[in-house]
Design a protein around this ligand. Structure first.
Ligand SMILES: [Fe+2]
Length: 477
């Protein structure tokens, strides 16, 4: 009963929100310098003990959520690639052997990067694990997701463009208090490419130690951004995504992908597709072919929620990076609508923005109809590239606010998507507010597959008269 009342209240609030045209938040934040935290700060502390494992992070290891991929770095010598794990703390009944590798980047030589695959796990279970030996051994835990099921509830966090500033720390700490169970990361991890020479690798290491406080305990699902490209010919480094691919493995083979940069997983009641903005994606490329096949594997009877992660937003009205997502829109938008994607999360723009359900699939170079229309079969597009990196905020939005833009604010923060069942999910964007966690943009996301029939309506080109007239139906995002 209480839950029902909460749903009703949330829907009512959504009605009110969407009865207006798009909102540009008037919130004025205090500018704090967007500088990286000094290396000697405790957030980057090297764990005690000779050659102790550091930069520990986990991600989903298979397609269904019954495996975990654990990765860490040992700085001085390889040491064991072994993970000991079990169902109670300190009692490790299972042992798995992994492997290690390392790489160089100009004159930087990485530590030994270990990777260990734990499979055959039980759903919805807490596991404890230990890595390293003797005085250098370290202990962590993680929880597996519920069985893939259409009504499995599950709370995701969404973080993008995080970096390693004090704002990044604020975002991370607020996220860790959100109760979310895993992170959907929308690209641009460490911003180590803002450094040169040896310091690039050093800042990848510090970022690994920085996010360990969360990423060692719950899976972060990775996608790559432009700051992972690291094409630096002046240093002789021209292999794209080198540091990222060595350090942040993904379970791409489980979804028949041929590249760690694009893949999919199923987790609880969600099917999550990760795409790579900076890999070829036009027709006939490997990524395009993989996605064409992957649509066939999606079963909304089992995983009602269909989520796509990309780095560059498709509908975004910030001055920064405006239209950079247009090439991917022209290739993939038709599929997003045909397959009823629920929500697309992106980063790249360092400000928050949410779209209405819109599409522009009628536009082609001869139709003469280039204006996006409200489209109930289309995804909601959310930009959450506001993790807090050293480049600072993208504080200038285009004026007037385009009709497709529902809410936008230039502040740091993170989002959560709290899936309740096959039909409803609660979404929140949380502004950091310079130290305090504040919930700002919230709505009830209605599932595209299990929701109502769709109707297509055209925008009034100047204002959202159609939205106002049809506010009841538009509200049900
Ligand atoms: Fe970016």
């Amino acid at each position: 009963m209480l839950l029902h009342l909460f749903f009703s209240l949330s829907v009512f609030l959504t009605l009110i929100d969407n009865g207006n045209a798009g909102i540009t938040s008037s919130f004025i934040r205090n500018e704090r310098p967007s500088v990286d935290i000094p290396l000697e700060n405790d957030v980057f502390a090297v764990p005690k003990g000779y050659n102790a494992p550091q930069q520990v992070h986990i991600t989903q290891g298979d397609y269904e959520g019954k495996a975990v991929l654990i990765s860490w770095v040992t700085p001085d010598k390889p040491g064991p690639s072994q993970v000991r794990y079990g169902l109670s703390e300190g009692k490790y009944e299972f042992t798995v052997e992994g492997s290690f590798t390392n790489y160089t980047f100009y004159n930087y030589k990485s530590g030994y990067i270990h990777k260990c695959f734990l499979d055959g796990l039980q759903y919805d279970t807490k596991y404890y694990y230990e890595i390293g030996n003797g005085d250098s051994a370290r202990n962590f835990w993680f929880e597996t997701p519920p069985k893939v099921d259409p009504d499995a509830s599950y709370k995701f966090g969404i973080i993008g463009d995080l970096g390693q500033t004090y704002n990044s720390l604020s975002t991370l700490q607020h996220y860790m208090n959100s109760g979310a169970k895993s992170v959907l990361f929308v690209g641009d991890l460490s911003y180590a490419d803002r450094y040169k020479y040896h310091d690039v690798g050093v800042r990848w290491d510090s970022w690994g130690r920085f996010v360990e406080q969360s990423a060692a305990y719950q899976p972060w699902m990775w996608s790559a951004g432009n700051h992972e490209i690291e094409y630096m010919p002046f240093m002789g480094e021209v292999t794209m995504f080198k540091s990222y691919l060595y350090r942040y493995p993904t379970p791409y083979k489980a979804s028949n992908s041929t590249s760690p940069l694009w893949y999919s997983i199923r987790r609880a009641s969600a099917h999550i597709i990760v795409l790579s903005t900076y890999s070829p994606f036009v027709k006939y490329t490997p990524q395009w072919k993989w996605l064409r096949e992957e649509w066939k594997n999606i079963d909304r009877e089992k995983t009602p929620w269909l989520i796509v992660l990309i780095h560059v937003p498709i509908y975004n009205s910030n001055v920064a990076h405006f239209m950079e997502g247009e090439s991917m829109r022209s290739v993939f938008e038709g599929w997003f609508i045909e397959h009823k994607v629920d929500v697309i999360f992106a980063g790249h723009v360092h400000a928050y923005e949410r779209s209405y359900r819109v599409s522009n699939i009628h536009y082609n170079i001869s139709s003469g109809d280039p204006y996006p229309v409200l489209d109930k079969a289309a995804p909601v597009y959310i930009t959450v590239g506001d993790g807090g990196n050293q480049e600072g905020l993208a504080s200038r939005f285009r004026d007037p606010q385009p009709d497709y833009s529902a809410f936008r604010e230039a502040s740091f923060g993170h989002s959560t998507l709290d899936i309740k069942n096959r039909t409803h999910a609660f979404y929140h964007w949380n502004r950091n507010d310079d130290g305090k966690k504040v919930k700002i943009d919230s709505f009830v996301l209605h599932n595209q597959y299990w929701g109502r029939n769709y109707q297509r309506r055209k925008f009034n080109k100047n204002r959202l008269h159609s939205v106002i007239l049809n506010r009841a139906s538009t509200a049900q995002l």
